[in-house]
Ligand binder design. Structure first.
Ligand code: 13P
Length: 257
């Protein structure tokens, strides 16, 4: 983390877990574990249907609500889709785009991820743009080339003022839900590389101000070490964000200097 230049963000990704009726009790329990002071922004990204409940329950403890996906279309005959303006109007402040599970199970390509990020920015919702390599790509030593390509494609057509509202999440696919975390050094190396890619496109100042998160089996035990790295500005947390005590412990770990 480097709080002099950028925000620390701890974001939970509930994926397709939890029920709308479970949001309030979850938040009550979480409040009991939260550290007294906090220097990071905290977000919970839930299925869109739970955004109103999250906003209501998270208000007094300053936890922002986020969604997990958005349509690239603005409005109209797209049955089942949810637009960026609908998310914004419902009060979502953030939305994940390009999560590897959407790339893998829903065939989302880099162009679509870019279109979704731009749709969100138009409506004032901050995109959390996910990138990350597969195990095969890592073993072939293609990690940085591949992640650089993903970052460049996702940010295409996004200007420096919009970049200020973007968050990048580096999530190596092999570390997601596997209990196999990237080492702090591995994660730092790629996050530093992502910042270098952004620097080449936008220059030093904008690159210095972008928050880059790590995601992939981050938990109460390994969070402090990962967050101590200079280019890791927070976490995108799956499994551990479903357990109030664990999620709060990760938030507490981000309090370190
Ligand atoms: P896990 O923390 O469960 O590995 O999930 C990470 C993730 O995919 C967050 O978006």
């Amino acid at each position: 983390m480097n709080r002099k230049y950028r925000k620390t963000v701890i974001a939970g990704n509930w994926k397709m877990n939890m029920l709308p009726s479970a949001v309030k009790p979850f938040m009550e329990e979480l409040k009991g574990y939260l550290p007294k002071t906090r220097v990071c922004d905290v977000v919970l990204c839930a299925p869109a249907i739970m955004v109103p409940a999250l906003i209501k329950a998270g208000k007094d403890c300053k936890i922002a609500a986020g969604a997990q996906d958005v349509s690239k279309y603005e409005k109209g005959a797209y049955t089942g889709e949810i637009s960026a303006s609908q998310l914004a109007d419902a009060g979502a402040k953030y939305c994940i785009v390009g999560h590897s599970e959407r790339r893998q199970y829903h065939g989302e390509c880099d162009m679509l991820v870019n279109a979704k990020a731009r749709a969100l920015l138009e409506k004032g919702v901050a995109p959390i743009i996910c990138v990350g390599e597969s195990l095969e790509q890592r073993e072939m030593d293609l990690t940085m080339e591949y992640v650089a390509y993903q970052v460049k494609a996702a940010l295409s057509g996004i200007d420096a003022s919009q970049l200020r509202r973007c968050i990048i999440a580096y999530e190596p696919i092999w570390a997601i839900g596997t209990g196999k975390t990237a080492t702090a050094e591995q994660a730092q190396e790629v996050c530093e590389g992502i910042r270098a890619v952004i620097r080449r496109i936008y220059g030093a100042r904008p690159a210095r101000a972008v928050s880059i998160l790590y995601g992939g089996s981050m938990n109460a035990k390994n969070a402090a070490e990962l967050l101590a790295m200079p280019d890791i500005d927070g976490g995108l947390i799956g499994g551990a964000s479903l357990k109030p005590a664990d999620f709060a412990a990760i938030i507490a770990a981000s309090n370190q200097e």
